[in-house]
Design a protein around this ligand. Sequence first.
Ligand code: UD1
Ligand code: UDP
Length: 363
Amino acid sequence: MKVCSVVGARPQFVKAAVVSRELRAVGEEVLVHTGQHYDEELSDVFFDELEIPEPDYNLGVESDTHGRQTAAMIAALEPVLEETDPDVLLLYGDTNSTLAGAVVGSKRDVSVAHVEAGLRSYNRDMPEETNRVLTDHVSDLCFAPSEEAVANLAAEGIDDGVYWTGDVMYDTILEARTRAHDRSTILENLELTPDGFVLATVHRASNTDDRSNLESILDGLASSSLPVVFPAHPRTIARLEEYGLRARAEEVLRLIEPQGYLDFVRLLDAAERVATDSGGVQKEAFFLETPCVTLRRETEWTETVEAGWNELVGPDEDRIRDALTRERGTHSTPQPYGDGIASRRIVGLLQQAIDDDSSPSVE
Ligand code: UD1
Ligand code: UDP
């Protein structure tokens, strides 16, 4: 089995880590990094900490408009597939790197497989929603993290090649949580105590690229009686500076660099609660039983809301204040995202699909 995996952005490194290890135990992996995230703290640190092998190809595409960035990835990825001729092209999540892979793979004689298929926010203004929908519709194999994701695909007429696998980020965090506790000194470095701070992350285009939304989020976070630790994505720093909000942010938040995975997991586990617009962080908060305030109006991770661990408040100052100042409730923790062996299931299904494809058909 020869699989070409495409990754490019921070959450994809986290998703690919365990799958890549499982894959290499039974077959060959060609790992392609599109270059979408290139700063050390958004890329290399994840390869080091999660022991992801060096990419075989780095397409070096970096930041640009959606169209130019995706087009450059498409142009650079096609010759890699020609040269390596894999059985499967494996894609993760919903970034422009995912979409570029979907476009190239769907036009070649290769099976396209999508990890984290079937997620829907039903907000078509979100670039990631377009990327997910288009990728699912051209994928031969859709690996869904939850039953709801399977149902979402069925509602769009996608039934063939759909498999419930559980969520690969759960696999990764189960391993990383213990390592984070053993190795990370971030709480000591920042002089934080467990439950003595709120963690916050913001990077969604709808929040960063709209001055009033970003300001309203800052004002909402400012109402926290606990310090708010804010590992800032470079996109958010750029906008804070452009809008003249950096000084206000420094005043109400503890602005820090984007963190490596182990330090971030340690922070998330220890935080009294988290406020975020990230998809992955909402889910990881749920895994770690840290209450989450989501700075969006909708989510694709609806099970976390239904279970009571996540509250959708949008970029609304009053609702953020209300959610941050309310007593934390106690909630049960169902397991809608599987049992921590999603990666193994995915690799088994890939193997099976390749074997079925190569066995002579019986007339
Ligand atoms: C991308 C994904 C988003 C994902 C996020 C994870 C798309 C459409 N968006 O958003 O789904 O949640 O990654 O973090 O694919 N930049 C740097 N250094 C880097 C990378 C980016 O400074 O290494 C800055 C650049 O100014 C760039 C901006 O961040 O213009 C946005 O980067 P980009 O990769 O386009 O989108 P993200 O916001 O990171
Ligand atoms: N993350 C990290 N350091 C940070 C912020 C996030 O390691 O400073 C990790 C987080 O644990 C999760 C992933 O990055 O695994 C989520 O990425 P992000 O929020 O950028 O993207 P999204 O999940 O929204 O696509």
